[in-house]
Ligand binder design. Sequence first.
Ligand code: ATP
Ligand code: MG
Length: 380
Amino acid sequence: MLPKNAELIINMFNDAGYEAYAVGGYMRDKLLGRNSDDIDITTNALPEQTKSVFSGFSVLETGIKHGTVTILIDHTPYEVTTYRTDGEYTDSRHPDNVEFVRDVKTDLARRDFTMNAIAYSHRTGYLDFFGGFEDIKKKIIRTVGDPYKRFSEDALRILRALRFSSVLGFAIEENTQKAIFDLADNIALVAPERIFTELKKLLCGDNAYAVLKEYAAVLNRVIKLNGEVDNISKLPKDHSMRFAYVCGASVGESLRFLRADNQTKHICKMLVDSEPIPNDITDCRIYCSKLGREYSRIVFDYRKSLYNEDQSGICEFVLENDKCLSVSELDINGNDLMGICISGKNIRVVLNELLLCVLTDKIENKKESLLLKAKDIDIR
Ligand code: ATP
Ligand code: MG
């Protein structure tokens, strides 16, 4: 059931007189027959005690304030957290403090959903105090305890519920769902980076369409769904493509609010602004040249998936076979142009002009022809 290194960790705790269990997403995914490589372990050993049990290993203090250390075995990280309960939440984001506790049930009770509150050890078997097994069997997401209380403590849980519903295809239990709609405003309090992380996973889930439809009113608190939804599952599971599709023209604004990385912002803008893929080979070269090789493929995939464009594969052909789609791929450079007395800003102007000539088959991409042509270009 558990990978051998997780068993080793649990054995070492037990042999030193402590309790330890695998818990959280790993157990949930295992019961669902899904692969998961990140294993969380929960123990009654305090962080300092964990460090001494694993003194022969590399132990990183990754979240020592919250009782978490990471043990590295064979380059794989295992997060070990001391049983704890969360103190008061005054900001709907972070517990004001955490308190270490003695028994595993209290630790499991602080976890968000019943399916995430199952503990297991190969020595003692399963611990399932909150009906996690039953809910997994019925494919239901249900908070541990009163949903209003749990979502008021930490609004990130609302987004996690929607994300799990999308990724696992689980329904959200009635009361839990009611609380989500009633407390939806709170999700705007969650740190933008964390909202972004959850939304990326949500949009790439198998069940994204249903979740976007059902929970649009909730999601609209943090993302402007001004694009489309209906064909989302035709797109590859790529978060940029999916953000561009569901936000449409509002994608820039939404991504800025979510403090998304520049790469995502750039790709999304390109996708939203993209024009139909040309059917003519020359037009297609110019099209690819404007986007750049790297991004052309993303735009093709996007438009092919959604609109069935480029059935004939011309663009694929251009990317595979055309050796010159950018100024840097010309068989000539700025130094060559300086050699024929072209300088300053004119260098770029001439290189661009030469590229256009190559793309439109007016000249070959060979230094002699390019130099000859360069002398001819009228620079104003
Ligand atoms: P995945 O790793 O697939 O994203 P996960 O459920 O393992 O999903 P983690 O963030 O790795 O998510 O958290 C591990 C466990 O910690 C969860 O399964 C849950 O028991 C608990 N947990 C995580 N975030 C919260 C939260 N916001 N509130 C309560 N419990 C949480
Ligand atoms: Mg996890």
